[in-house]
Design a protein around this ligand. Structure first.
Ligand code: CO
Length: 177
């Protein structure tokens, strides 16, 4: 199965607000399957449809089991998510497949209660804390056109812009070789 291309910062596609999924059909299932293959191949724990250029409110999360081992058993497919409750503060280091090789600490809610649909259109309500809670918030941000780097404070954002320029230069040189 060919892997999907991941859209990276600063591509404007990432700023689009994704539209709700209306049909829970084959096309959605194929998108979710391809997204999973792509996410695993890139060592990610979350991926939103807009990151592969599809502006729909669909995302996947797989933070793995207690040992961090990922499989279809630990995969959560999230369609049209909606936060019902959020509470507390949790700071953790985040990264994003659309901002490759950059990691920084972001402040999020500690716990969230999320309502969403699975690939068959069945409704689920889930309580999440820790890494799972962060993943829900990070991925849902993508659906609203936001990246985690927008949540960094001014000084960290400046640090990011500097490091990002350096990373882009290195990637260009790598491609030349
Ligand atoms: Co991301």
């Amino acid at each position: 199965m060919p892997l999907l291309d991941i859209v990276t910062y600063p591509n404007k596609i990432l700023k689009q607000i994704s539209k709700p999924v209306e049909r829970f059909d084959e096309e959605l299932h194929k998108l979710l399957d391809d997204m999973y293959e792509t996410m695993i191949a890139k060592n990610g724990v979350g991926l939103a449809a807009i990151q592969v250029g599809v502006p729909r409110r669909a995302l996947i999360i797989d933070i793995g089991d207690e040992e961090g081992k990922q499989s279809k058993n630990t995969l959560i497919e999230v369609i049209n998510p909606e936060f019902l409750v959020w509470d507390g503060i949790h700071k953790d280091t985040e990264g994003c497949l659309s901002v490759p090789d950059y990691f920084d600490e972001v402040e999020r809610y500690a716990t969230v209660k999320v309502k969403f649909f699975d690939r068959y259109g069945k409704e689920h309500i889930m309580d999440a804390e820790g890494l799972l809670s962060v993943a829900f918030q990070h991925e849902t941000d993508h659906l609203d056109g936001h990246l985690f780097i927008e949540r960094l404070d001014y000084i960290k954002r400046k640090k990011f812009e500097k490091e990002w320029k350096k990373l882009l230069k290195q990637q260009k040189q790598k491609r030349k070789k």
